[in-house]
Design a protein around this ligand. Structure first.
Ligand SMILES: *Cc1c(COP(=O)(O)O)cnc(C)c1O
Length: 362
């Protein structure tokens, strides 16, 4: 079976060495030494000053929204994972969708200003599949209209933009370390900011608002992650270079094979990016073709995923809005299997079936 991804796992003995330490210390969670060490190593690896390790990326989005005191309307993208929109609704904000660029799949900055009203307090944009947004243009709009800016950078681990870490942009960027992501800690996530005041506020938010054991600084939630998850993160971080290399090789393998077909198009990656090759989305000419290819792959125990389908404007808890490009892209896009564990053997099978189904002889 070839699922859309198979998580990387480190050699078991390396994880067990961390378990020995956890058993010795009997310190399981609440900002233990492994969480601390992981935060330091992630900051060093990503080249950033501030990061808070969290239980998952969705809590990161929620904590970011709370820390920036977003309310009313927040401009966002309909082409993302459901957490981007649902976390806004969860925090009492109204997502206002701006349509996407059909070649980058990211929010289209030329359409943002038309969506701003007196009730707009922020912008939450996703770097879709790790592909950087039009950052300068979005930042200029945010500055001009005095809006807060959050990037959902769940896919952006290790990406740089204009030679700087992608997660440094915006007021806050949010990473996910879920098992399906390129770099994972089983469950996990992080918030990144360059602003020390915001960092402090988010640290309170992460830990119930605790100010020591007997006092509180505002309302908070439990966003902490455990020593066991941090141990997985520390193990996996040692292998990140090899993981990134494999994803890059797989991406180019797919691209070489599949660009033989005139019926397929691929995501346009930003020129200023040093990309992480985290996903391989293919865009078909029609939803019908996509369904045929998907069914054929599934017959062979290959399970790609329709990231992201349906378009988030179709969620029943969100007011209906017109985003024809997102609807259209969402209906025709399929992410092919990508994993550290996949090599040419698996990818060749995927490519052959895709091309054969498209009736393109190879
Ligand atoms: C995975 C993902 C999230 C949520 O992250 P979790 O760690 O699973 O909570 C949010 N946004 C996007 C775009 C994602 O892909």
């Amino acid at each position: 079976m070839i699922p859309v991804t198979k998580p990387f796992l480190p050699p078991r003995a390396e994880y067990e060495r961390y378990l020995d330490g956890i058993w010795n210390r009997n310190w399981l969670t609440n900002h233990g030494p492994l969480v601390n060490d992981l935060e330091l190593k992630l900051k060093k690896y990503l080249g950033i000053d501030h990061l808070l390790y969290l239980a998952n990326g969705t809590l990161g989005l929620q904590i970011a929204i709370k820390a920036l005191e977003l309310k009313g309307e927040v401009i966002t993208t309909p082409f993302s994972y459901v957490a981007t929109s649902s976390s806004l609704v969860w925090e009492g904000c109204q997502p206002v969708f701006v349509d996407i660029d059909p070649s980058t799949f990211n929010i289209d900055p030329s359409k943002i200003e038309a969506a701003i009203t007196d009730n707009t307090t922020g912008i939450m944009a996703t770097h879709v599949f790790g592909n950087p947004c039009e950052i300068e243009r979005i930042e200029a709009i945010a500055r001009k209209h005095n809006l807060k800016l959050i990037y959902d950078a769940a896919h952006g681990f290790g990406v740089t933009y204009n030679s700087k870490p992608l997660v440094e942009y915006g007021d806050i960027s949010v990473l996910s370390f879920h098992a399906t992501k390129l770099y994972h800690t089983v469950e996990g996530g992080a918030v990144v900011t360059k602003q020390p005041e915001l960092l402090k506020r988010m640290a309170y938010l992460r830990n119930f608002g605790h100010e020591g054991t007997e006092a509180f600084n505002g309302v908070g939630i439990n966003g902490k992650n455990s020593e066991f998850h941090a141990a997985m993160g520390l193990c996996n971080l040692k292998y990140i270079d090899g993981i990134l290399e494999r994803y890059k090789a797989n991406y180019h393998y797919y691209l070489n094979w599949l660009s033989k077909s005139p019926e397929l198009t691929f995501q346009k990656i930003h020129e200023g990016a040093l990309y992480n090759y985290a996903y391989f989305p293919v865009l078909f000419e029609s939803e019908n073709t996509l369904k045929k290819v998907k069914a054929e792959l599934e017959k062979h125990q290959i399970f790609p995923r329709r990231y992201f389908y349906p378009s988030l404007d179709t969620l029943e808890y969100i007011r209906e809005q017109e985003v024809p490009i997102a609807r259209n892209i969402s209906s025709r896009i399929l992410c092919l299997p990508m994993s550290f564990h996949y090599a040419e053997e698996e990818l060749e099978m995927v490519c052959r079936i895709v091309l054969r189904t498209l009736k393109f002889s190879v």
